[in-house]
Design a protein around this ligand. Structure first.
Ligand code: NDP
Length: 392
């Protein structure tokens, strides 16, 4: 069987989908009923140039409509490369005039974290939908303002958790829901990379004012998010420890190595670490009472896999590669046209921010246990609504 991500028929999606379908007609009118949604990409850095713009060449429901950059020469070169007219180039000062450009329906914010809230709120004021990179923002208060601004403007806010739309991770979630591992006991996540102060893309990550945090906010967030979507429950308390060499010029304001534990109501434990001075790693494993699921790598841009370990002759999941970013932008294209549910709205980004803030609070208090607000529940389980077929 071919392995493909599919938009399931809305009838298959259950009650939540009905809600999306109902609001969909309104949203469809907002996009003028177009077949493909126009994206303005804000910030032409590593992620935009390396992944997002190339991916927009392959999307079905999304296309590049505008660029926003602080560097006009770079923007002109990139616009020419992607066949955009110079009139589709904006900068951070004239950004608000995107309101007058009906070719833009979605703004994709790919800026340093401290700029996410401001540009999200400005995009909503301009009447656009927003796809915002992770981490959602720097403070909880910013996240709350972003969510409120989206609601006030009646526009969608999606946080770019690409792994929630990616077949390896979705397959793993489906195996978890089927009880493949038995009773989940432990989820272990290791996320990290080597940072380089001379790389402008890392320089802001190593500056607390711009990043809002070090290894945890940049890489650890994938582990926290994965633990939550694999277990499909929310932690009730956390603890954290960090170790940072303050003599290392990279770590004057942010943490380097950090480890945490999360306790879940089912009794499962989430155990994770993140580090800014290790080779690139994005791995997780679930230890259950009967089997393990192992994904290493589990969250890279490509080459991910998930294996079932411990069973006898278990068929291993065979999952085809997809373009994470293209798939995510296509999905959001469907969200704004009311054809798919918003699986990772602002509330989902805020939940990870709450957990990360609690971990940092624990670190500051010598690893003390910090209790969490337990009210949040995700509206849509990616395992159910993000269709994926596997040969396993
Ligand atoms: P880069 O530093 O490579 O790019 C950020 C861009 O933002 C810059 O190139 C610049 O674009 C613009 N910018 C505007 N003001 C500033 C400023 N004061 N300092 C630095 N840059 C500025 O970062 P990334 O592309 O790696 O990351 C961008 C966002 O994407 C972050 O939130 C990050 O967490 C997220 N990310 C998500 C990933 C994922 O897998 N989902 C992977 C990597 C990053 P210009 O010159 O055009 O103005």
């Amino acid at each position: 069987m071919t392995d493909t991500i599919t938009r399931r028929n809305m009838m298959e999606l259950g009650a939540g989908a009905t809600l999306a379908l109902t609001t969909g007609s309104v949203l469809h009118a907002q996009t003028g009923g177009q077949a493909s949604v126009g994206y303005a990409v804000v910030g032409l850095g590593k992620l935009s140039l390396g992944q997002i713009l190339p991916a927009l060449q392959r999307t079905k429901n999304a296309h590049l409509a505008a660029l926003v950059s602080g560097h006009p020469d770079k923007a002109k070169k990139v616009a020419a490369q992607y066949g955009l007219p110079e009139t589709a180039i904006y900068n951070y000062e004239n950004f608000d005039s995107i309101a007058k450009n009906p070719a833009i329906q979605v703004v994709y914010i790919v800026l340093p974290n401290s700029m996410h809230a401001d540009f999200t709120i400005r995009s909503f004021k301009a009447g656009k939908h927003v796809l915002c990179e992770k981490p959602m923002a720097v403070t909880l208060e910013e996240c709350e303002r972003m969510i409120a601004a989206g609601k006030a403007a009646n526009r969608q806010l999606m946080i770019a958790y690409r792994c929630q739309y990616e077949p390896v991770n979705v397959t793993a979630m489906q195996l978890m829901r089927k009880g493949t591992v038995g009773t989940p006991r432990l989820v272990n996540a290791v996320m990290g990379k080597q940072t380089d102060l001379s790389d402008p893309s890392d320089a802001w990550r190593l500056d607390m004012k711009m990043s809002g945090g070090g290894a945890l906010a940049d890489m650890g967030i994938y582990g926290i998010n994965a633990t939550r979507y694999l277990l499909n429950e929310e932690p009730v308390e956390v603890r954290g420890w960090a170790r940072t060499d303050k003599n290392d010029p990279r770590f004057k304001t942010v943490e380097d190595m950090i480890a945490w534990q999360m306790r879940f109501p089912s009794g499962a434990i989430g155990d994770g670490s993140s580090c800014f001075s290790q080779p690139g790693t994005m791995a997780w494993q679930v230890v259950g009472s009967e089997r393990r699921l192992v994904a290493d790598p589990g969250c890279f841009y490509g080459g991910n896999s998930v294996r079932i370990v411990g069973g006898r002759n278990d068929p291993q999941p065979q999952v085809a590669e997809i373009d994470h970013f293209g798939n995510e932008m296509d999905w959001f294209g469907d969200v704004v046209r009311g054809r798919a549910p918003n699986v990772s709205p602002g509330e989902e980004g805020l939940q990870d921010m709450r957990i990360m803030h609690a971990i940092m609070q624990s670190v500051a208090n010598g690893g003390q246990t910090v209790k969490l607000d337990t009210a949040y529940r995700r509206t849509y389980d990616p395992a159910t609504v993000v269709g994926v077929r596997t040969s396993a």
